[in-house]
Design a protein around this ligand. Structure first.
Ligand SMILES: Cc1cc2nc3c(=O)[nH]c(=O)nc-3n(C[C@H](O)[C@H](O)[C@H](O)COP(=O)(O)O)c2cc1C
Length: 320
C-alpha cells in the first residue's frame, strides 16, 4: 500500500497555508515576475514588499552589495504609498494560486494603524505582516522593533483595525529579541516572523567610501542563518504563537534547522535572487524527507531540537 504524502499544511492564526513556505517581503515582487519559472501553486504565501502611508523614493544608490555569504541591501522602503498601491497594484494579486500577505512599514504608530486598516480591508490580502524595523520619528528615530513597549503599541494599533492574521516581523538588531517577541504576542500578534536583516556595512578600499549609498544596510543570506536559528530557538521557548523562521535558507537542511528550532513555517528571501525555483524544490524535498523518515506531518518535527543542557556542561556564556 502506498502511504499518503506527509501533510505540509500549516496555520498562522486564521491563515491556512497548503505549504509551510513563504516568500520573504521585498524578495519576490508580486510573484508575477516568477510565474514563467515557478509553479506558484506550490508556494504557501508571498509576502509583498512593505508599503508605507506616503510614497517613498528609497535610498540613494548603490543599494545592494554582494558579501561572502549573502548580501547587504539598503533599498529604503521604496514604494508608491498606500493610496496608489490600493488603486493600481492590488488588483494584480486577485486570483493568485497562493496566498498573499501584505506588509506594512511606518514611521509613526498611527501610520501602521492607518495602512493596516486600508490594506487588510481588501480581499486580495489574506494576512498582514508588520515590519517594525523602521525608525520612529516621534522618538528620535529609535527603531520600533528595538523597544518591546514601542512594538507593543504598534501591534495594538494594527490589531484594533483588523481580524485578519497579524504577523509581527522582529528585528535581530536588539539586545533581547525574546522580550520583544513576548510583548508582540501579548499585544495581539497571531504569529512572528523571525528574523529581519542584520545591520552591516561594507567599505570600498579604493575609494575609501562606504559601498552603499545609505552607508549602512541589512545583511541577509546564509551569513545570518545561525543568528536566525538561535532567535527562533529561544523565542519558541517563550511564546505559544507560530513562528515563521527566516534568514539564509537555501537548502532542505537549512529549512529543517528552522523547523527543528521551533518554526511552524519558513520564509525564503535572498535565495530567490539566485534561484527562483528554490521554493518549489524545497516543498518536494520536505515531502521526501518526511516520507523517508515515516513522519506524517511537518508539524511533528517543529521544535524537536529543544534539549536541556546538562548541568555539568553549563557555562556562564558561549565561548569566544
Ligand atoms: C532586497 C531586499 C529587500 C527587502 N525588503 C524588505 C521589506 O520591504 N520588508 C521587510 O519586512 N523585509 C524586507 N527584506 C527582508 C527579507 O524579507 C528577509 O526577512 C531577510 O532578508 C532574511 O531572509 P533571507 O536571508 O532569506 O533573505 C528585504 C530583503 C532583501 C534582501
Amino acid at each position: 500500500m502506498v502511504n499518503p504524502q506527509p501533510a505540509l499544511a500549516i496555520k498562522l492564526g486564521k491563515l491556512e497555508l497548503a505549504y509551510p513556505t513563504l516568500m520573504g517581503s521585498g524578495c519576490y515582487g508580486s510573484g508575477e515576475e516568477f510565474a514563467p519559472f515557478v509553479d506558484l501553486s506550490k508556494i504557501g504565501a508571498i509576502v509583498l514588499k512593505s508599503v508605507t502611508r506616503l510614497p517613498r523614493l528609497g535610498n540613494p544608490t548603490p543599494r545592494l552589495v554582494q558579501t561572502p555569504a549573502g548580501m547587504l541591501n539598503a533599498i529604503g522602503l521604496q514604494n508608491p504609498g498606500i493610496e496608489w498601491y490600493l488603486e493600481h497594484e492590488l488588483h494584480k494579486y486577485a486570483g493568485r494560486p497562493c496566498k498573499i500577505v501584505g506588509s506594512i512599514a511606518g514611521f509613526e504608530i498611527d501610520d501602521y494603524a492607518y495602512v493596516c486598516e486600508r490594506l487588510a480591508a481588501r480581499d486580495e490580502i489574506e494576512a498582514i505582516e508588520l515590519n517594525v524595523s523602521c525608525p520612529n520619528v516621534a522618538q528620535e528615530g529609535e527603531t520600533f522593533g528595538c523597544d518591546p513597549d514601542l512594538t507593543a503599541r504598534v501591534v495594538e494599533a494594527a490589531r484594533a483595525t483588523t481580524n485578519k492574521t497579524l504577523i509581527v516581523k522582529l528585528s535581530p538588531n536588539v539586545t533581547d529579541i525574546v522580550a520583544v517577541a513576548r510583548q508582540a504576542e501579548n499585544s495581539g500578534a497571531d504569529a512572528l516572523a523571525v528574523i529581519n536583516t542584520v545591520r552591516g556595512m561594507a567599505i570600498d578600499v579604493e575609494t575609501w567610501r562606504p559601498r552603499l549609498g545609505n552607508i549602512t544596510g541589512g545583511l541577509s543570506g546564509p551569513a545570518i542563518r545561525p543568528i536566525a536559528v538561535l532567535a527562533v530557538y529561544e523565542i519558541a521557548q517563550v511564546v505559544s504563537i507560530p513562528i515563521v523562521g527566516q534568514g539564509g535558507i537555501e537548502t532542505l537542511a537549512d529549512a529543517l534547522e528552522f523547523f527543528l528550532a521551533g518554526a511552524t513555517a519558513i520564509s525564503i528571501g535572498t535565495a530567490n535572487f539566485t534561484d527562483p525555483r528554490i521554493p518549489e524544490r524545497l516543498v518536494a524535498e520536505l515531502q521526501a524527507y518526511l516520507t523517508r523518515r515515516n513522519i506524517g506531518s511537518i508539524q511533528e518535527i517543529v521544535g524537536r531540537a529543544h534539549v536541556e543542557i546538562a548541568t555539568a556542561h553549563q557555562y556562564e556564556g558561549d565561548e569566544g
